[in-house]
Design a protein around this ligand. Sequence first.
Ligand code: EPU
Length: 418
Amino acid sequence: MDKLVIKGGKRLSGDVTVSGSKNAALPIFISSLLAPGIHEIHNVPFLRDINTTIKVLETLGARVEGNGNIVKIDTTGINNHEATYELVKTMRASVLVMGPLLARLGKARVSLPGGCAIGARPINLHLKGLEAMGAEIHLTHGYVEAKARRLKGARINFDTSTVGGTEHLMLAAATAKGETILENAAREPEIMDLAEVLNKMGARIEGAGTDTIRISGVSDLHPFTHSVMPDRIEAGTFMVAAAITGGDIRIHNMRLDHLDALVFKLQDAGVEITNKDNVVRVRGSRKIKSVNIKTRPYPGFPTDMQAQMMALMTVADGASVISENIFENRFMHVSELIRFGADIITEGNTATVKGVKKLSGAPVMATDLRASASLILAGLAADNISEVSRIYHLDRGYEAIEKKLAGLGADIKRVKEG
Ligand code: EPU
């Protein structure tokens, strides 16, 4: 296992380029199941979750070839309708294959994912939607068994805004008979990227990015070529890295308009952000001001930036109240941040962070993907040496983050543990 060793205290400066979005790429890869033929995906990030998705597709009968950041998927030979527990437990987004398999083969057997470090994360809304579209669903031995001769359009109103649920039902509805209307749909940019791909394949989807999505089912789809949108959470993590080190960096290949809620908070905290010719410059100030944060579905403040922003608030002037409203257990980084000398008290879904003058380097352990990022950020700001272990979480979702940070002047290296 690898760990990261960070010598804190360096102000970051220079240029960094954001990779393709993990959370956009995963459903886009899965959409290839809907049409036989060769699909071509560009701007693919090198990540463990992408490798898992490729394994899932190969198990189902796809042939996958990669060349740099371009991946070609041949889905002509899809013949297996089962996604096993081994795969789904490694990456929950694998459950999204259920809708496309139902559409393509009329049946699917997919493991239930179970809980994860940040919360219970049920998929009841995915299943309820598929049932409304005419799928027969049974749960046996930890698996969801689903069948449908041809899915049919339905009007579905989500109880909770769900990114995966919205994507799943869009995938399922693209070739269903008739019109599907998704109400209270999630509005995340990744959903718009998926809708763009499906429309390139011949689907008829309107309203992605709003809370009402209309999908007129078509009988056939064809292969697509698409370049994945930039990763807004990776970009946001670099913005906070500049802020926490009092640095001055330029970020390339990012969509600032996807990060409005974060930008407002960083500006309130005293960080300067400018956008010129699609290059975003982020300058940290000598003193960070405290800001309060409430995570919300897009366009609200992203839960995937909560841990990183908490790291920033540990060194802010004053107290900050952070409430996590999406996942019930997404404060696992708190006890690790406290090891750096942070002053944080949690009660239920609220954390009160009182800024301290300086963090002090410490050995810490990553517990999930975004928690890992927050520990790296704290390590960059802390004095002396920090070691972040269990970084396999990090490799699921950040492409070469230590190389990118080192390119900005951070003293950070990956070493083998033990
Ligand atoms: N929920 C239900 N029932 C469902 C589906 C969701 O109760 O059937 C609840 C969840 O338990 C959660 C809330 O609804 O409390 C929102 O969950 P959502 O379905 O939106 O999350 P997701 O699709 O499982 C994606 C991202 C997450 C990101 C969330 C929220 C991917 C692969 N994952 O998860 O990304 O935090 O949306 O924005 O797109 C990450 O990248 O670190 C990450 C965890």
